[in-house]
Design a protein around this ligand. Structure first.
Ligand code: MN
Length: 719
């Protein structure tokens, strides 16, 4: 195909493209690719022209068409990115750069979980969603022209297309592209099945003859009787891969697939959609339970339509899809519909509008649960909150933005972190506080020496709580003596800073008192806890300050000294002055270990425990009577008791789901006290489970980990 074809298409589009600039991009690309040929024999430049044409059809803007023409010059020729920038501006060069980077990531067979991470990563990396659109069109043209490639390459690329690019197209709502990518990939991945289904379709076509025509005519007449005259009626045959999935994965015969033929009815308004539905149900007998209203409840990728399956007069079941023209455009073009139907061609406004549109997409999807995937991936596009990096073996590890190589090492395994002496990023040694970026390959350098362990500074460098906790627990276990010395030092430093000077003769009793109130066995244990970082000085300073104030004016024992008995902890809390009493955890704030708490003496129902920041505590503080009922309460840390917490996990139903969730919990050593599964008709599963956790942060981290299990859509914590 020559540039003339593209040029004509641009002129025919009726949109104000800058043809001179696009022509300049074409000439530049043609010159750089001069002498290069595709495997099929045609000049290389044909490929970028095809890609540009597809983007034109999607309605994309000037910058995007130029970038499509130039998308391979940096990768495949001597051209530098700077040159592209100076010739065509930074928007174009950034698009080309994005596409080039995506192209550098290669992978063949992936485990499912890895594929999921990779999809997220690719989306996150294309900061500008146009990068992904160019990449999808690039892949589409490569798939269409795959015949001349060697068989191994055909399979590799097809697998990648099936596992990564088709799902991305689906998420972006671009169904036409997704279906074609899937069909092309299937052709190389399972050629026998592909050919068989193609044959079956031809046979059915012969057998059913003018079925579609008859049905279309019947529907048109019925709609006209009902006063709906402007409806457009289209017919479609299900995609080969769509049929393949039903036959092979759901184990059905082709006769059992009701939606091989579908009739699509397009109308102007939503009200008309429902009128049409009524009319066709009047005309044909609907199959029960096959009606789906995606207008009132759109799919996660914003797809909207009414679907119903009816039985034709010759007893053939077929599907009818009813939607407005606008919904139809959105379904065909997905995220690209924005450019085609809404945005202008260039200028700052369109960029803001574009982001605004993505934001709206996010907003509207918050309500429907299964949108979380696309949500987080597009969100990281706007607010980069996750980075995706590789191990040398090619596993993808996701970390929060700002994570360092230390976090990476501990994310792999605590043994790797503890033995780390340095790290290489993309083959180069980096400092230990290096912050990792998406797509970097990270290698942790370790030593076998047993003496080596993490350094205390790492606690300040590490960003993830996972790494921090693992570092702390190493110190706790391995460096008892050091911890005591470090803790003592910190303790004394803090007292000096706060100008607390305890008279030497009272030192011993003071420390004994503190030991008792902290509920540890001896002073060394207290120092050790401070030393390894488990007990920050800031947490015990108020106590010290209070004891010190009392020490300074011992004359007025306003407050009767209360011994908090360790042995008498009730349900994991110690209540000042009360050795044994009925303890109730309040429902209003659901306190968990780790929260600051206070007790409230109720009338005849023992003590109810609230979080200090609970609204009801604030209310109690307002009256004298209320204040009098508050009693000091602490968690009994020594018990390290498990608390039961109930969570509701919303998932898509699949085999092995329950095993994966309970496996994940048991890998975190979380006890399961109750578990209840509820499968609804729409393939959703709700799992309600009661688990044991030690602290609120613990529960949060468990929830985060569970969210990563495949098919989990959302998790609710029940208060
Ligand atoms: Mn290309």
């Amino acid at each position: 195909m020559t540039y003339e074809v593209l040029k004509t298409a641009i002129e025919k589009s009726g949109r104000p493209y800058d043809l001179a600039r696009i022509t300049r991009a074409y000439k530049f690309a043609e010159e750089r690719h001069d002498g290069q040929f595709r495997r099929s024999g045609e000049p290389y430049i044909e490929h970028p022209i095809h890609v540009a044409l597809m983007l034109l059809e999607l309605g994309l803007d000037d910058d995007c068409i130029c970038a499509a023409l130039l998308h391979d010059v940096v990768e495949d020729t001597e051209t530098s990115l700077d040159e592209v920038r100076s010739q065509f501006g930074s928007e174009v060069s950034e698009l080309v750069d994005g596409v080039t980077k995506l192209g550098k990531i290669h992978f063949s067979s992936l485990e499912e979980e890895q594929a999921e991470n990779l999809r997220k990563m690719l989306l996150a990396m294309s900061k500008d969603i146009r990068v992904m659109l160019i990449k999808l069109c690039d892949r589409m043209h490569n798939m269409r022209t795959m015949d001349s490639m060697p068989p191994q390459r055909q399979r590799d690329k097809s697998l990648e297309t099936m596992e990564v690019y088709a799902p991305i197209a689906h998420r972006l709502g671009m169904e036409a592209i997704r279906e074609e990518l899937e069909d092309l990939a299937l052709k190389y991945l399972d050629p026998d099945a592909y050919n068989e289904i193609s044959r079956l379709l031809v046979d059915m076509e012969k057998k059913n003859g003018d079925f579609i025509q008859t049905v279309t005519a019947e529907i048109r007449e019925k709609l006209e009787q009902n006063g709906i005259e402007k409806a457009e009626i289209q017919s479609r045959v299900k995609s080969i891969y769509g049929i393949y999935r039903k036959i092979y994965m759901q184990d059905r015969s082709i006769e059992e697939i009701y939606d091989i033929y579908a009739i699509r009815i397009l109308v102007d308004t939503i009200a008309e959609c429902y009128n049409v539905l009524g009319a066709v149900h009047d005309l044909y007998h609907p199959i029960p339970k096959r009606f789906k209203d995606y207008i009132s409840t759109p799919k996660s990728n914003m797809y909207q339509s009414l679907h119903t399956t009816v039985i034709a007069k010759n007893a053939t079941p077929f599907e009818i899809q009813i939607r407005t023209f606008e919904m139809h455009h959105a379904a065909e073009y997905g995220i690209a519909a924005h450019w085609k139907y809404k945005a202008g061609l260039s200028g700052k406004d369109s960029m803001d509008e574009r982001l605004e549109w993505v934001r709206q997409l996010l907003e509207s999807q918050k309500e429907s649960g299964d949108a979380l995937d696309i949500l987080s991936s597009i969100k990281s596009d706007l607010v980069p909150e996750e980075v995706f990096v590789f191990t040398p073996k090619g596993d993808v590890i996701d970390l929060p933005a700002g994570a360092t190589v230390i976090d990476f090492a501990y994310a792999i395994h605590s043994a790797v972190g503890n033995r780390m002496v340095g790290a290489k990023v993309n083959g180069r040694i980096v400092p230990i506080n290096y912050q990792v970026n998406s797509s970097e390959v990270i290698e942790v350098l370790t030593t076998n020496s047993k003496d080596k362990g993490p350094s205390r500074d790492w606690l300040n460098i590490a960003q993830t709580s996972e790494a921090k906790n693992k570092i702390r627990s190493w110190f706790k276990k391995e460096r008892k003596e050091e911890n005591i010395a470090e803790g003592k030092q910190q303790f004394e430093r803090e007292l000096r800073r706060e100008q607390i000077q305890i008279p030497p003769d009272q030192m011993e009793s003071f420390m004994n008192e503190l030991v008792r109130r902290q509920k540890v066995n001896n002073i060394d244990e207290l120092y050790a806890e401070i030393g390894y970082g488990g007990l920050p000085m800031s947490r015990i300073m108020p106590k010290i300050r209070e004891m010190y104030d009392k020490l300074k004016k011992p004359a007025a024992p306003v407050f009767q000294e209360v011994k908090i008995s360790r042995a008498k902890a009730v349900d994991g809390v110690i209540i000042e002055g009360l050795d044994s009493c009925l303890v109730k955890f309040s429902r209003c704030c659901n306190p968990l270990p780790g929260d600051e708490i206070v007790g409230f003496v109720t009338r005849g129902h023992g003590v109810s425990i609230h979080r200090k920041d609970c609204r009801n505590v604030a209310i109690a503080m307002e009256s004298e009577e209320g204040r009098a009922r508050l009693v000091r309460t602490e968690w009994d840390d020594s018990a390290n008791e498990q608390f039961r917490s109930t969570i509701i996990i919303h998932c898509l139903d699949r085999t092995g789901l329950l095993a994966d969730i309970s496996g994940k919990l048991s890998s975190m050593h979380i006890p399961i006290y109750a578990l209840n599964t509820d499968v609804s008709t729409d393939k959703r599963t709700t799992i309600t489970t009661t688990i044991g956790v030690s602290r609120r942060e613990h529960l949060d981290s468990v929830v985060e980990k569970l969210k990563k299990v495949k098919s989990v859509l959302d998790i609710q914590k029940v208060n």
